[in-house]
Design a protein around this ligand. Structure first.
Ligand SMILES: NC(=O)c1ccc[n+]([C@@H]2O[C@H](COP(=O)([O-])OP(=O)(O)OC[C@H]3O[C@@H](n4cnc5c(N)ncnc54)[C@H](OP(=O)(O)O)[C@@H]3O)[C@@H](O)[C@H]2O)c1
Length: 337
């Protein structure tokens, strides 16, 4: 256990209703933590805000992570500098990334928090929370290994203007596929085709999304990188090509409740589809190898991502709600200092 000595942190006091995070979380003052043996303290430059954390804020115990206990600090990825270390290989001042807390200062176990010292030659340290971190790994593994994307495939990506989806769609193109992105609103769709160079974009607010997918992918979708679920998955299933693969990355349409199966499940049989869920902690140990490959594309300018930066730990909840309201383009982060 860390001994505490000034720090602010977001505590989960109740299970949020919808996107009303302000009624469920409180920014509290804590003493500054002091690391115990095997631990380091990190002063956060940036916090990564991730849609999946919403599910851990519910009481459900059937998720891929146990629920966050009420009364505890919300966990999350932190990018910052080591303040004090009682762990081998880490010293004050090191630039690190770890699974810490929504706080000014995180205290983490070196062995279990994914703590890594980061390459300071990377031009923008924020890249370590985007293409060169968990979102990049998830996109690469999902497109290449789970989706088994081949050159010439038609790849469809939902939440394609968000962090994980944007990287997945660009990687599909790098691997020689035709990439179509789904996003909410004209501004995001223009971004996908004009700025990212995707082959087509579909606005999920359009009245007949299934018809829009059929028009954009007349030969069917070979790989669907799914981030959303719900009605969107039902619109895509009848538009899958035979022997298509669905890389099930996320179900952001509704993380607060149990999601029923898709209404068009019959298409899995009719089109001989494979649906495979995957989760980044399962391949986090491959981080160095995956990061090295992603970096070659980042350095060549083939893999890009804007950051939706909110200033101040006290403004975190507004930024977090934006992930579900769709206000962000690219990776959502909070600049803490
Ligand atoms: N399996 C894994 O290991 C793993 C790892 C990282 C992330 N993920 C998943 O990847 C997905 C994206 O997460 P992220 O953290 O990168 O966030 P993000 O994509 O940057 O932001 C979430 C986006 O989801 C879209 N969205 C939200 N509610 C929606 C709805 N009801 N219908 C359609 N689109 C909706 C919004 O974009 P629009 O404006 O376009 O609606 C929003 O910008 C999530 O499902 C997350 O759980 C999974």
């Amino acid at each position: 256990m860390c001994r505490m000595t000034g720090n602010r942190a977001w505590r989960l006091d109740a299970h949020p209703r919808g996107e009303d995070f302000a009624s469920a979380l409180t920014l509290i003052d804590l003493p500054e933590p002091v690391p115990a043996p095997g631990q380091v303290t990190i002063t956060a430059d940036y916090l990564s805000l991730d849609a999946g954390t919403r599910m851990w804020m519910t009481p459900r115990t059937d998720s891929y992570q146990p629920p966050i206990p009420l009364g505890s600090i919300v966990p999350g990825q932190v990018l910052g500098r080591v303040i004090a270390s009682q762990a081998d290989g880490f010293a004050p001042g090191d630039l690190v990334r770890a699974f810490g807390q929504w706080a000014d200062i995180s205290c983490v176990d070196a062995a279990t928090s994914g703590l890594v010292k980061l390459d300071e030659s990377v031009a923008d340290p924020l890249l370590h929370l985007g293409p060169l971190g968990m979102n990049g790994w998830t996109a690469l593994v999902g497109i290449e290994e789970v989706g088994r994307t081949q050159p010439g495939d038609t790849v469809l990506v939902s939440a394609a203007a968000g962090a994980t989806g944007m990287l997945a769609a660009q990687i599909a193109r790098i691997l020689g596929a035709r990439a179509i992105g789904i996003a909410g609103g004209a501004r995001k769709c223009v971004f996908l085709t004009e700025d990212l160079g995707l082959d087509a974009a579909i606005d999920h607010r359009t009245p007949d999304v299934a018809a829009a997918v059929a028009a954009a992918a007349p030969g069917g979708v070979n790989v669907y990188f799914e981030n959303v679920g719900g009605a969107l998955l039902d619109a895509v299933l009848p538009n899958m090509a035979h022997y298509g693969r669905i890389a099930l990355c996320g179900l952001v349409a509704n993380y607060a409740e149990v999601q029923p199966g898709p209404a068009r499940f019959d298409q899995v049989l009719a089109r001989r589809l494979q649906i495979t869920g995957f989760f980044s902690p399962d391949f986090a140990h491959r981080g160095p190898e995956l990061t090295a490959r992603l970096r070659t594309w980042v350095d060549k300018g083939q893999l890009t991502m804007p950051f939706a930066v909110t200033d101040g730990l006290d403004n975190l909840l507004t930024a977090y709600a934006g992930l579900f309201e769709g206000t962000n383009i690219g990776k959502t982060v909070v600049r803490v200092r």
